[in-house]
Design a binder for this molecule. Sequence first.
Ligand code: NA7
Length: 538
Amino acid sequence: AGVQADTCYDAIIIGAGIAGLYQLYRLRELGLSVRVFETGSGVGGTWYWNRYPGARFDSESYTYGYSFSDALLQEWSWSEHFAAQPETLRYLNHVADRFDLRRNIQCNSRVTAARFDEAARRWEVTLESGERHAARFLITALGPLSADTLPRLPGVESFRGESFHTYRWPHYPVDFAGKRVAVIGTGATGVQIIQTIATLVGHLTVFQRTPNWCAPLHNRPITEEEQRKIKGSYPELFDLLRQTPGCYIHNADPRGTFEVTPEEREAFWEQRYGEPGFGIWQANFRDILTDPKANALISDFIARKIRQRVKDPKVAEKLIPKDHGFGTRRVPLETRYYEAYNQENVRLVDIRATPIERISPDGIKTSDAEYPFDMIIYATGFDAITGAFDRVEFRGTNGQRLKEHWADGPKTYLGLQSAGFPNMLTLVGPHNASTRCNIPRCIEQNVEWVTGLMRTVRDRGYTRFEATPEAEAEWSRHIETLADGMLYAQIDSWATGINTNVEGRNVRRILQYQGGAPAYRAHCDEVAAKGYTGMVLS
Ligand code: NA7
């Protein structure tokens, strides 16, 4: 089938999550014709897919919503300081309705390929159904954690009970009562689901490969008085968020770990541990994520907390990370997670000591035992940041595939473009500040920058833009330099591109801009102010 004649849009956006929805809103405001293709049967992206029990924010709700509309800010009331997934999905649906976004969104439409046609200066997009569409510009809003991965274990398909990846959670209510349930994975997702279902299941077995350093969320409802205060101070709040490296309300303490007495340090950490949210990670002494000695001390503090909270000392030791320090991987925030292991019906299996050999029709077989289950939950994460790009066949000039261009690690300009892929913009792409960020804040920055570019393109009648190979090489070097000296860069995690479930994802890569959101924003703004340096517009 040829490209349908009536479907050449100004822009195609892939994905109707937080980024795609906002980009659609802004481009329509410019008067452009836009089509959004979304795999899911509804909008919401991350919050559409991740329906597993316990899914919720680790960012304060009121720092997470869109900031672009005062009316929206005033009419929407978050019920809790850290809202749960159903509420966030309702919020994003409300946004879609309120701004009449749905008429440009085509759901149940997975994009499988997109090819740049040099002669026509446009992108040709193919859907899974075989349907084809074309647009001058292509904007990806794929999500950094949307390419879910299952373990490469023999027998995964053979299991006779129910089994779910947390990202593919069903839309019907799942019944846990009396069931023998396995959870594989103890990242931020695993922690949320484990603590939530521990009291609902008959028996729970957690298969843990690497423990993570978790800290208390301290969630609670937002009182009416707090609600009034929040709604009365949004401008100040968003001003503050623009100034912190991760766009959280939490900002690093200017003091170094060793500039205070041990007593002051202990008191400071006690206070942080008792406060809601990411403060213990993001508002700690300024050197805990760069100085190994400082990091060892905070790690020891958290280890003592785990030992206090978990009754069986052998289980406590299994839950304390030994191969990485606190905060060098994403810190899962928890609510009575550690206490779950004090329950009679919860068992922890250390699969470094006794690896899983196979999934059988009846359960899980490790090197030393066979465990029968009614349900297996895979909280095994994602081929992060670049995985979703690999799953679409993007082809730029000369038919070059993006996956190949990025084979040795992503190459980008500003984390938003790639040389050889004209007229394409990658919201929340690799080398972008957004994946180290309270993500909607950085999404808004990405979208607003892209919108500025599209306005220029429209006003000047440009039909093509492309990052130069030199600008791409320089930005990619800059990304490497910024990660120098950061402890996280020496640790295996999704943030360094490690995933044992995906062929070739065994070499650490720098995937994120580490200079902080304010510096990233300043850099992007400067590029725009100077007339889009590092790019050729024609
Ligand atoms: P994560 O953080 O990547 O966690 C995945 C977990 O699954 C982690 O504990 C992995 O252990 C474990 N895993 C993955 N594959 C296997 C296999 N094959 N066998 C055993 N265990 C495995 O993903 P999440 O969904 O928890 O969180 C993603 C982000 O979403 C999170 O950071 C938030 O920002 C929101 P490993 O550590 O690799 O040893």
